[in-house]
Design a protein around this ligand. Structure first.
Ligand SMILES: NC(=O)c1ccc[n+]([C@@H]2O[C@H](COP(=O)([O-])OP(=O)(O)OC[C@H]3O[C@@H](n4cnc5c(N)ncnc54)[C@H](OP(=O)(O)O)[C@@H]3O)[C@@H](O)[C@H]2O)c1
Length: 332
């Protein structure tokens, strides 16, 4: 008897295969449905990955009583609607980032999960990148944190369409990840944001978040850096600065390093050990955490509430960028 719990994937796009492989790598979950708008695509993806059922209407998968959990990997505009439909059908949900298209929708989704007692997680994959985990571990040894910075350099050819529509546009689609990462590393909620730049994949700019105690977290990006083609050759540089020292991370394409200095303890040290396959290796780790969550209720590193705050942070940053004003962020 196969005891595996079954997952339906809504969306058969670029990210679908990563989910299928990582879900199966848990050993306790399997995929039983793939849903896409296009019948040929749904059938082809199901056949390629040996998935039993496919459909063009999410309702068909949601009506299957053998399905325990649903991955929402449709365009972001559909995340809240489909997540709530899955809750109404009695399913738990792993929602692709961003959790929702607006902060209001994100709150509605959280409220329904709580009201129905359903489990909801969000795919903030950077929290599972090995070098980011290392940076987080080091940040906990740096004393009172003062500043986190994270930047992104790429040569982008971003698809237009749903990914770049207002209100969030490119920044919501691409960099909600980075808003979540900044808050995670800083270990507290920002209360305001200011920003400048151009909300386009081939643009650039700076988002600067402030916490109530003056600690700062900034993200800057440039999408027009020749030779750093997205996604495999993107560069990231990050620094976490605390009262006792600093930790730095550099990712240049395939090459990753983490350095740190902690007063009276050790360093500066450079660590190349944890970095192999940093991005590809993160998907099984993320799904292992989701499998535990679905089975036991133990929350994953990025909770649904974290996903909602990340949406609020990045949409606040977009408003700041458009208005030139400092935008307060609501935290509760
Ligand atoms: N966590 C991560 O690192 C990560 C990375 C990439 C994407 N994502 C997220 O995953 C979700 C899906 O992204 P993707 O890259 O897989 O997208 P994609 O390649 O464009 O695929 C989108 C899927 O949704 C279906 N769909 C339904 N209604 C649609 C509509 N009105 N317009 C376009 N497609 C529609 C498409 O159907 P057809 O099959 O008929 O086209 C397709 O199956 C997004 O929320 C994205 O933000 C997350």
């Amino acid at each position: 008897v196969d005891e595996k719990r079954l997952v339906a994937i809504l969306g058969a796009g670029r990210i679908c295969a990563r989910h299928i492989k990582a879900i199966r790598s848990t050993g306790v979950l399997d995929v039983s449905w793939v849903v896409s708008r296009t019948p040929e695509r749904a059938a082809a993806v199901a056949a390629e990955h040996g998935v039993a059922h496919h459909a063009t209407d999410p309702a068909e998968a949601l009506a299957d009583p053998d399905v325990d959990a649903v991955v929402v990997a449709y365009p972001t505009q559909d995340h809240a609607r489909l997540t709530m439909a899955a809750f109404a059908a009695g399913k738990d949900v792993v929602c692709e980032k961003p959790l929702a298209w607006t902060a209001e929708e994100a709150r509605a989704v959280l409220a329904m999960a709580n009201a129905r007692g359903r489990r909801l997680a969000v795919c903030h994959i950077r929290r599972y990148w090995a070098p980011c985990v290392r940076l987080k571990e080091l940040s906990l040894r740096l004393g009172a944190l003062r500043r986190v910075s994270w930047n992104y350099r790429a040569e982008q050819h971003w698809p237009e369409g749903w990914r770049t529509q207002p209100p969030g546009g490119y920044l919501l689609d691409a960099h909600v990840h980075d808003a979540d990462l900044l808050r995670w590393l800083l270990g507290r909620d920002p209360v305001s944001v200011y920003a400048h730049g151009c909300n386009r994949a081939d643009g650039g700019g700076l988002l600067h978040f402030l916490a109530a105690d003056g600690a700062a977290a900034s993200f800057d990006w440039d999408g027009a850096m020749a030779g750093r083609s997205y996604p495999h050759h993107v560069e990231h540089h990050a620094e976490v600065l605390g009262a006792l020292g600093w930790a730095r991370l550099t990712i240049t394409g395939e090459d990753v390093s983490v350095e740190h200095f902690i007063d009276g303890m050790d360093g500066p040290l450079t660590d190349h050990a944890l970095i192999a396959d940093a991005v590809a290796g993160s998907w099984p780790l993320m799904w292992a955490a989701f499998a535990r969550y679905l089975a036991t209720g133990e929350q994953p590193s990025a909770t649904a509430a974290d996903g909602a705050i990340a949406v609020e942070m990045i949409l606040g940053a977009v408003r700041a960028l458009e208005s030139g004003a400092i935008v307060p962020l609501v935290s509760d």
